[in-house]
Design a protein around this ligand. Sequence first.
Ligand code: ADE
Length: 224
Amino acid sequence: MPLQIDILTLFPRMLDGFLSESILGKGLERGLLGVKVHDLRNWTTDKHRTADDRPFGGGAGMVLKPEPVFAAIEQLQTPGCRRIYLTPDGVPLSPALAEELSRQQHLVLLSGHYEGIDQRIRDQVIDLEISIGDYVLTNGTLAAAVLIDALSRFIPGVLGEEKSLTHESFTSKLLDFPQYTRPAEFRGMSIPEVLLSGNHAEIEKWRQARQREKTRQVRPDLLK
Ligand code: ADE
């Protein structure tokens, strides 16, 4: 059974283009994974479809209410599924985590909103909290999209060539080398000579040197 993902969000239409375009769209079309987007307001019970309320103890902003989230997750969850909350105070998304999640059967993703969500949701119906980086988005819907995009690349068949996975940034812990395509000369700019040499050992050496140089310049932390 391919991986099934359910996303719970207050902004389901934010994902329309994301799910129909590009490599991920093709993966969905070919049934390599399944993604369903759910509007959290479908689980509200009042006529205003209220999903949030003011925080106990005071403070700015609104907090996602427990009732619709508990009801939604209890309906969508399956035995053994992973229930994930996207939040800037979660564990950082890494290639290893994306790979591990790509091998699961079923994920339920909850995207947060406003100043946060009721802690009882996190305590009772969430298994894992993930951050996509040290910056704060207005809501977690794009973070859920980033997570799905990153893990889909580990699902066999989603990327055309297996090679494109092994040869790139973060698998080797180094950043990428520069790439060039035709024409070999463009507006007076020619490409590095070695790439035209046909000498694969020399090309490999040149690429590794560029990777180390680039990593030292922009991500020295990766070299430690
Ligand atoms: N929601 C808001 N900001 C986020 C982040 N950086 N990662 C995951 N979810 C978020």
